[in-house]
Design a protein around this ligand. Structure first.
Ligand code: NAP
Length: 274
């Protein structure tokens, strides 16, 4: 019998998740169908429960419902608890388990696909929204030298630092919050754009000398060259988009649902060629 899964969001029609999971299922021989659910902005809970009651086995949750998904879940994985948000729901034995695979997705893309060492490195995260909350714990567990959170609204960056206070010990030089202006004179080995600015083709005001020699500039938006990626390339960094993170977080969800870990590289290559 085919098991049913879907990605739920608003908007959701351009999601690559159905293509990614169809390819995972084909490659691993799993009998699943994976669709999209466009939920009304005030209708996440009803849509998710209707899918479950119709024998759905799990959901990926995208903007703007990750906090609501947290509230819907009966249990939360360690990753979901750290992030305070859920992007993967598993329906099993009448209970709803909540997970967050975004952070694992970024860490795996950096390490396994891009050959980028996080340990001992200076990391700058731009933004202080859901994506930053999702990636903080897995990044800190890789033992960076330091993590700086820069955000347009400083208070939100300060709140991120406070939320992860107990994990500060994993970064030898700690975690701190700054405005973009206060970045002047600092250099980083890994700079992650976790703002939604790239979607609107603008970029946060970064100093030109922000990149240390050999730095990696990681744009969470995928599928196109953003202003941040262009800026990074012009200023000596290696720039990559977030497609690998998307595929890696999907692979982790697939593993949570099916207990089988699909190969990601062929799917990343397939989507880059599409
Ligand atoms: P979010 O919660 O809405 O947060 C957006 C952040 O962007 C806020 O910190 C906001 O700053 C900042 N921002 C927006 N416009 C800006 C501008 N013009 N200049 C400077 N800062 C700006 O969004 P999110 O869920 O964290 O997602 C962030 C991005 O990551 C999105 O583009 C999303 O698509 C992407 N993402 C990708 C993956 C993947 O698998 N590749 C996974 C998750 C997310 P303020 O606080 O000052 O408003």
């Amino acid at each position: 019998m085919t098991d049913h899964y879907a990605v739920i969001g608003n908007p959701v029609e351009h999601s690559l998740s159905p293509a990614i999971h169809a390819e995972f299922a084909r490659a691993t021989g799993q009998d699943i169908a994976y669709g999209t659910i466009l939920a009304p902005l005030d209708g996440f809970r009803a849509a998710a429960l209707a899918f479950r009651n119709g024998a759905g086995r799990g959901l990926n949750v995208t903007l703007p419902f990750k906090q609501e998904a947290w509230r819907l879940a009966d249990t939360h994985s360690a990753g979901a608890r750290a992030a305070g948000a859920v992007n993967t729901l598993k329906f099993e034995d009448g209970r709803i388990a909540g997970h967050n695979t975004d952070g694992v997705g970024l860490a795996r893309d950096l390490k396994d696909n891009l050959g980028c060492t996080i340990r001992g490195r200076r990391v700058l995260l731009m933004g202080a929204g859901g994506a930053v909350y999702g990636v903080m714990e897995p990044l800190l567990r890789e033992l960076p030298q330091l993590v700086v959170i820069a955000n347009r609204t400083l208070e939100k960056a300060v709140a991120v630092v406070g939320h992860f206070e107990a994990l500060q010990k994993f970064a030898s030089h700690g975690v701190s919050a700054r405005t973009y202006a206060a970045l002047a004179g600092s250099r980083f080995d890994i700079v992650v754009n976790a703002t939604s600015a790239g979607l609107a083709d603008v970029m946060p005001p970064l100093p030109r000398d922000i990149f240390a020699p050999g730095a990696l500039a990681y744009e969470m938006v995928y599928g196109r060259q953003t202003l941040f990626m262009r800026f990074a390339t012009e200023n000596g960094a290696r720039a990559v988009d977030g497609l690998g993170m998307l595929v890696e977080q999907a692979a982790e969800s697939f593993f949570i649902w099916r207990g089988v870990r699909p190969a990601t590289r062929p799917v990343i290559d397939m989507l880059r060629k599409a």
